[in-house]
Write a protein that binds this ligand. Sequence first.
Ligand SMILES: [Cu+2]
Length: 478
Amino acid sequence: MCSSVTRRNRLAYGTAVALGSALVIAAWAGPASGDLGDRLLTEFRGAYPSAGPHATHERSFDIRAAPTEVEQIDGRRLAVWAYNGQVPGPILRVRLGESVRIALINDLPQPTTVHWHGVRVPNAMDGVPGVTQPPIAPGERFVYRFTPKDAGTFWFHPHHHGSEQLERGLYGVLIVEDAKPLPWSRDLVWVLDDWLLGADGAIDPRFNTPHDLAHDGRWGNFTTVNGKRTETLTVRAGERLRLRLVNTANGRVFAPDFSGLDARVIAVDGLYTREPLDAKGFELAPGNRLDLDVTIDAAERGRTIEIVDRFTREPIPLATIRVLDEVVETPRFASPSNRRVPRWAQATSAPVDVEYRLNARRGGEYGIEWTINDRAFAGHDQSPAGPFERLEPNRWHRIRFVNESFRLHPMHIHGQFFKVIARNGVPLDEPYFRDTVLLKRKESVDVGIVPLGAGPWMVHCHIQEHAEAGMMTVLDVK
Ligand SMILES: [Cu+2]
């Protein structure tokens, strides 16, 4: 396959975009005027809190990032970089209302940082080298502290040379349990990833290849669930599972097929959906999470259910669920949901505040640069040069992503949630918030967003190779 990257002329940078409702400086709690932005803001209120809970106590973790060997995939030893010696890294479980302290010790041969994907952390804890903190040099440590504002499924990974560091095995899951967890039979995590291994069974050491850059990043020749070729789950009929899926891959998109099961989506990218949703058609792009409410029906006893990925032409086995003959009583409770997810039915009448055009061109360190508004981000070790787009905190805004290329771009905004309001210009009410939205070839996606935390927040493609080759920018919330 040859490169199908579209190149465009170097055009002048987009001029600074006028902010919507610039005249309205009414505070967050102010009364709604007739202004559309104010009405959308009013509708948003209460969807999720602007401030976190008062922490009652602190949970403390030490995480050491270091080269090591693990046994996985085909049983051979695999040289990886890992958090606490394991791939996937540790699952950090905390409860809403607890503060978190994580001491990161860097024993890698490179600088690193940790980004807490989806967690609304204070900006200084966001783990972006050159933007929110200096890179953590080999041999050094850095202490991250924050109090989660939202319960849900989150994850963490380096934000420094991610195309190599994630691919070598650096990622872990952060679960923020509800203040009062529901009585699921079990609460499970499936970490979805893929690996590009050479004939020798080792991780292919060629990162950021022209092929990966010209396509949808690095896609492996093996997929794994929780570090295994397939996950095996043995359940009793009647069990009710909370199943948390996380896509930690550099580039691969997963479309797990749960059609043989009573499985409903209850959370997307951490936050609860407006109501439980049919799992059919959901995709997980890199960075995305899906939480499912799965009931193993009594009629399933003795059956074996195969879960496969259907994003690619050939289905890929992900997991086998073996249902025992034993039947247990199903825990009864209403699926968690968030009725306050706004509909924002008039949102597409509001002006576009910021437009991000996504494309590629020849040039740069890797021969191809991925650009946002014709600029490739030069970050990593030095503070990147602006000017950057700016949004006012606590105001409703509309952002438009326009994919001018033929490749996939899962666009992630740090520190904020947003809601898709249109795709290719067609108004849409996704009944949930996201922190990462996948744009397919030549697609445009409009999102509504109420930025709540001030600071310079990254906006970037979560395909690690695209980000590495420049597809990042800063959104200044102030
Ligand atoms: Cu991309």
